[in-house]
Design a protein around this ligand. Structure first.
Ligand code: TMP
Length: 204
């Protein structure tokens, strides 16, 4: 089973991905917890390249291409082999982030992003995607004391487009998405997510 977590920065998805991983390991599942961009040595190098703040303009097409290149390394070397071995793979961000950030956020043609997503993944899709939805003001408050990476330095309007993008993507595929209210407590969200995951695992 392939599970992804999505949402804007500060929504709490990384905490939830970790909690879910621990809960499934406790129940005897073999679990691989990974993230995008990243997850393999080459993809982690591309992550540092992508997130480093720089003085030079970063053209949206260059950004899109590098996120997709990192994904291709990750899918080929970690995600597909782990799924073939029967592991539950939990990934902090995946293709929906590219649609939301590079498509809705940067304004790149959505069908181009979808096409590259398919090429980078060989058509692999998550069985379940947890979208943790949080108003941008709240998310900004949560990350205000962090040293911000290149993407986090983008303005409110950019992150609002990303948030609305995620909601539109989820609307189009209600059977794949679980939308959770990010204003709930960490424990409440974890319980909601675990319940949905166990229900799906039992149905396999
Ligand atoms: P993270 O720090 O939340 O793990 O994500 C790294 C940043 O990269 C975050 O700002 C979202 C962004 N991102 C994209 O813009 N496109 C993508 O395809 C992915 C996977 C992440």
């Amino acid at each position: 089973m392939f599970i992804t977590f999505e949402g804007i920065e500060g929504c709490g998805k990384s905490t939830q991905a970790k909690l879910l991983c621990e809960a499934l390991i406790d129940r005897g599942f073999s679990v691989v917890l990974t993230r995008e961009p990243g997850g393999t040595p080459a993809a982690e190098e591309l992550r540092s390249f992508l997130l480093k703040p720089r003085n030079e303009k970063f053209p949206p097409f260059a950004e899109l291409s590098i996120y997709e290149a990192a994904r291709a390394f990750h899918v080929e070397n970690l995600i597909k082999p782990s799924l073939s071995e029967g592991a539950v793979v939990i990934c902090d961000r995946f293709t929906d982030s590219t649609l939301a950030y590079q498509g809705y956020g940067r304004g790149i043609d959505l069908s181009l992003v979808e096409w590259l997503n398919r090429e980078a993944t060989g058509g692999l899709k998550p069985d379940l995607t947890v979208l943790i939805d949080l108003p941008v003001e709240k998310a900004f408050r949560r990350i205000s004391d962090r040293r911000k990476d290149r993407m986090e330095q983008e303005d409110f309007e950019f992150h609002e487009r990303v948030r609305q993008g995620f909601l539109r993507i989820a609307e189009k595929e209600p059977e794949r998405f679980l939308i959770v209210d990010g204003r709930k407590t960490v424990e409440e969200i974890h319980e909601e997510v675990l319940k949905a995951v166990l229900r799906r695992l039992r149905a396999l």
